[in-house]
Design a protein around this ligand. Structure first.
Ligand code: M6R
Length: 366
């Protein structure tokens, strides 16, 4: 059942080239620049014309919601709010006519997300579900939606569901951009062509598993970790930190790299590993300065960089290369080394990675 892997988590990390291809099958036609989402039809206009989109989710699904926020803004020019379901449901949220709620959930059974959906529905919102488990409560409570089609995720730490969510959200967002005419044909073509190559790019990252395992062996006894990213890689920093804390029980925090100066920089000393997601994108120069700031305080930098980068390897203590990729799609690729890093650290610490203490696969109580 674990397909020759020692743990479900490792199996699911390695499944990602295939699970992402599964999430795109029959939907993405890069050659003809077409996206077909059978699950969003009746409400496709409502989504395209939405005044505002509210994304509700928890945990890892909330992180993919943050990536979606940046993408919706960039490509569709629609204002987006990303809410923790648990907070949303106990506030008195303002929901106006023309608002569309997107609920993201792997299990489709998360109690807070389900309750938030019911609240939004009772106030007239349209609910679109981005869910993995077919027939789950959240998929049934949604008006329409798109399944991930990534297959069952058994490990408590979400891995292939995260990349499946990103893949499906990107397809939703680009199809809205086409309908709204907020994207040029050339840019669409570029993105869809790159999207179709993501499975191969992830295969390349997986080939660095031994190197990542070696880096893990050096930091398995660390007591704290900081994860930094900017732009599309900021949610990846949050996700990397969540993966590490939930399965290895090492305290980790994810931050937007520039926010470091507003507090976390005080934590940095020669014992502090700082994972910086520093791939080549529009904030590259800025993140290079952030790396310098960490090094000036003697922090240990583990950088995730784009292959061929010659500058950061001179500054960072360790680098993990990932293939070149459009910055809007980079989270699909840059998260993978962080999944592997946390997996190996947890294994070396003797932790039960598939069933970490105190955690359940789906949180069906609040
Ligand atoms: O099934 P859901 O996507 O609704 O679950 C949400 C969170 O409980 C989940 O992502 C949790 O944070 C994971 N254990 C993270 O790896």
């Amino acid at each position: 059942e674990k397909g020759g892997y020692e743990h479900f988590m490792l199996k699911e990390i390695f499944e990602q080239p295939n699970s992402i291809a599964d999430s795109m099958r029959g939907r993405l036609d890069a050659k003809n620049s077409k996206i077909t989402l059978g699950g969003i039809r009746e409400y496709a206009d409502a989504l395209t014309e939405a005044n505002r989109i509210i994304i509700i989710a928890c945990g890892t699904s909330w992180h993919s919601g943050l990536v979606a926020e940046y993408l919706f803004e960039e490509f569709c020019r629609i204002p987006v709010e990303v809410e923790y379901a648990s907070e949303f449901r106990y506030r008195n949220p303002v929901i106006n006519k023309g608002d569309v709620v997107i609920a993201i959930s792997q299990s489709g059974e998360t109690a807070d997300t389900l309750a938030a959906i019911e609240l939004a529905k009772s106030r007239g919102a349209i609910i679109l579900g981005v869910v993995n488990v077919v027939g789950s409560s959240i998929s049934r409570a949604s008006h329409e939606g798109a399944y991930l089609h990534t297959g069952p995720e058994i490990g408590v730490a979400s891995t292939k569901a995260f990349t499946g969510q990103l893949s499906v959200l990107i397809m939703i967002i680009l199809s809205v951009a086409v309908r709204k005419k907020t994207i040029t044909d050339a840019r669409l073509k570029e993105l869809l062509t790159d999207l179709a190559c993501i499975p191969d790019k992830i295969r390349k990252v997986l080939a660095s598993n031994d190197k990542i395992e070696y880096i893990a062996s050096l930091f398995k006894d660390a007591r704290n970790f900081l994860y930094l990213g900017r732009g599309y890689n900021f949610p990846v920093a949050l996700e990397g930190a969540l993966k590490l804390k939930e399965i290895s029980y090492i305290h980790a925090e994810g931050y937007p790299a520039a926010e470091m100066k507003h507090g976390p920089i005080a934590l940095i000393d020669e014992e502090m590993p700082v994972v910086v997601i520093a791939t080549r994108d529009s904030s590259y120069d800025k993140i290079v300065s952030n790396i310098q700031e960490v090094k000036a305080r003697k922090g240990i930098v583990i950088a995730v960089v784009t292959e061929g980068d010659v500058l950061i390897p001179k500054m960072a203590d360790y680098v993990i290369e990932v293939p070149k990729c459009d910055e809007a799609l980079m989270p699909l690729v840059s998260v993978v080394p962080l999944q592997l890093l946390s997996y190996h650290i947890a294994i070396m610490r003797g932790c039960n990675v598939d069933q970490p203490r105190n955690l359940a696969k789906s949180v069906t109580v609040e």
